[in-house]
Design a protein around this ligand. Structure first.
Ligand code: MG
Length: 191
């Protein structure tokens, strides 16, 4: 049985918005992990890069649109007594903008400031402890391979939401859905 579900934000509950290529160009980080890069530079450079990152994230948050069925899915899962988490590498400020804008409710919200971040299993393990659940009773729903690896590294199941083309790493998912409403079927199929 699934008793806890952790959702990614950008591209999962909200429509994909951040232009990662443009962001990488402005940051000067064309390859590798942006969050790790920020940790590797000196304080002045980190502040400069964080301002760029925050500008992209705030723009994405202010202009965010929910994916079709997102609010209805969260309501339906809550009605079944399932704990709901939001786990994102975005900033807390941009998350609060989205949560307030759409009136979303979560039992827990973990953002970039709550390190370590995906694909580390730590955020899932932390929520499992907080909710008194086993990771095997939890799903992580996301649109990126880090979401799936975060789930697997913790012993949870990973659900891939495909937004456009099925990515080459889709085989890493336990379940592949093309609409958020299908998550209800996934939950119903795990007894
Ligand atoms: Mg995402």
């Amino acid at each position: 049985m699934i008793h806890g579900i952790i959702f990614d934000m950008d591209g999962t509950l909200t429509e994909p918005h951040i232009d990662f290529q443009a962001l990488r160009r402005e940051l000067g980080v064309m390859a590798g992990d942006i969050v790790d890069h920020l940790k590797s530079v000196d304080d002045a450079e980190r502040r400069r890069l964080e301002q760029i990152l925050h500008r992209f994230e705030e723009d994405a948050a202010v202009n965010a649109a929910l994916q079709p069925g997102a609010a209805e899915l969260l309501d339906a899962l809550r009605a079944r007594g399932i704990k709901l988490g939001l786990l994102t590498r975005n900033s807390r400020k941009s998350v609060e903008t989205v949560v307030v804008k759409f009136g979303l409710r979560f039992d827990a919200t973990l953002t970039r400031e709550d390190a370590p971040h995906k694909p580390s299993p730590e955020p899932v393990l932390a929520l499992a402890r907080r909710w008194g659940l086993q990771p095997a009773e939890m799903l992580v729903v996301g649109d990126y391979v880090y979401d799936l690896r975060c789930a697997h590294n913790a012993g949870a199941k990973g659900v891939l939401l495909v937004n456009a083309r099925v990515p080459e790493w889709a085989h890493e998912a336990d379940f592949v859905v093309h609409r958020l409403s299908e998550v209800l079927e996934v939950v119903g199929g795990i007894q």
